[in-house]
Design a protein around this ligand. Structure first.
Ligand code: HAM
Length: 436
């Protein structure tokens, strides 16, 4: 490597998106966009930079302290690059509360930065589709969010053997801990943090963490047993009427009624890392063991808008990450081959034909919505221009030489089928449309 040259690597944990990657990404985003808009969700967006305070309050230690890209701006403000969208959407809702008609169905597609150790399924910059309902406490809102997830999966032709929606409930988790395990209320938060990290830690480390919190060996054993029990078995052990249990019960009943229960399962260990979740929490997993991290993550948050205004507006939604989702689509062969190849037209150039002839043809095609490009070097031989067109994946090469101009015709070289025809200039657009 030449030591005088700068590195060609993008910043650690980020990706460059070359045109081919953008073809994939645009296809992926437009497929999701189409689904969420079909449910009436409206798109919003927020700035890349936010005040540190909006993460400090309720995002939880991991994101707010360990993973935040944080700096002081020239005015001395503590500024963060957004690591997620939910606090921003809560801020936006709080800012226009008087003029917004609730409930809101909003979605966004944006990039986020988290200072993480880059590894499979985890990068420093990733993109998320965020879909949220704000201003409804109805369990039907929880149901709709799950419904949107299954619709997105179906739009990519994923079947129920390929993914699982694992659903838990924060209130239920807290009730089980205090009612069955007799854990002190103030210990619940830290225990949930340990449980959230359970699958990422060795058994020893996880147990050590629980012991440090103050759990006895017996309580740790009991907690372990609860993970293996069904929802009905856990509720039978409870001595209280748990609101979280009621919510889970109603949600699963509705899911069953509309036939979505085949995709879903109750999972006591789904906690979610953010402190702001208060009710339903869920994660969507690829069933393939090669893609272990969640595809979607989300849940209900009752108090986020309350950080900005003296009001309680409940929200529920999810973030769908692009990194694990691409792995999912690749593993299950769900990316169509033709999204990469754009059908394009190239207009050849010749030294004895002036540029304006090609320009006029190009403009006519563009008006007819046929994307086209004019070759830049008239001194290149036709063979070289054809090779260029093939390499670049053009489907059609148009030849407007001396002979064609004299006859009022255009030669259309269809590169995909390696055939060639000469047509009247007036019929050119129609013929190209047939070929593309
Ligand atoms: P989250 O679980 O942190 O939730 O992120 C949602 C999804 O984004 C994850 O399931 C994962 O696919 C992806 N993701 C997160 N971090 C990374 C990373 N470092 N690299 C690659 N992919 C990543 C939230 O962000 C919530 N704010 C979502 C939400 C919306 N909850 C309610 N509404």
């Amino acid at each position: 490597m030449d030591k005088n040259k700068l590195s060609i690597q993008s910043y650690k944990g980020t990706r460059d998106f070359y045109p081919q990657d953008m073809s994939y990404r645009n296809w992926y985003f437009s497929t999701v966009r189409h689904v969420v808009e079909s449910y009436g969700y409206e798109e919003y967006h927020s700035p890349l930079l936010e005040s540190y305070d909006i993460y400090a309050a309720k995002s939880g230690d991991e994101v707010a302290n360990e993973q935040l890209y944080l700096f002081k701006d020239k005015g001395g403000r503590k500024v963060a690059i957004r690591p997620e969208m939910t606090p921003s959407v809560a801020r936006m809702v709080a800012a226009r509360l008087e003029s917004l008609t609730l409930p809101l169905r909003w979605y966004s597609i944006a990039n986020f930065l988290r200072y993480e150790k880059p590894q499979k399924g985890r990068l420093r910059e990733h993109w998320q589709v965020n879909v949220d309902i704000l201003g409804s406490e109805e369990i039907e809102a929880d149901l709709e969010i799950i419904l949107v997830i299954t619709s997105i999966m179906r739009a990519f032709h994923a079947d129920d053997a390929m993914f699982r929606i694992k659903i838990g409930n924060r209130k239920f988790f807290n009730d089980v801990l205090t009612d069955i395990l007799k854990v002190k209320k103030e210990q619940v938060g830290v225990i949930s943090k340990a449980v959230d990290k359970k699958t990422k830690l060795s058994k020893e480390k996880y147990h050590e963490w629980l012991k440090d919190i103050g759990l006895t060996g017996k309580t740790i054993e009991q907690l372990e047993e609860i993970f293996s029990l069904s929802f009905a078995e856990i509720t039978r052990m409870m001595g209280i009427d748990s609101e979280g249990a009621q919510e889970l019960y109603k949600l699963f009943l509705l899911l069953q009624k509309i036939g979505l229960d085949t995709y879903c399962e109750f999972d006591f260990s789904i906690i979610r890392g953010f402190d702001y979740y208060t009710g339903t929490v869920f994660e969507v997993y690829d069933t393939s063991v090669e893609n272990r991290r969640s595809l979607f993550g989300g849940g209900r948050y009752d108090n986020l808008v309350g950080m900005f205004k003296d009001i309680t507006i409940s929200g529920i939604g999810f973030g769908l990450g692009d990194v694990t989702f691409q792995q999912f689509l690749e593993l299950h062969n769900l990316i169509p081959v033709d999204i990469i190849k754009q059908k394009k037209v190239l207009i050849a150039r010749f030294l004895d034909i002036s540029f304006e002839h090609c320009f006029t043809l190009s403009e006519e095609l563009r008006k007819a919505n046929i994307a086209n490009t004019i070759y830049l070097s008239p001194d290149h031989k036709l063979g070289k221009q054809i090779r260029f067109a093939e390499k670049k994946g053009f489907s059609v090469l148009l030849i407007l030489g001396e002979d064609e101009l004299k006859k009022g015709k255009v030669t259309i070289k269809h590169l995909d089928s390696r055939t060639q025809i000469q047509v009247e200039r007036g019929l050119c657009i129609e013929k190209i449309k047939e070929l593309l």
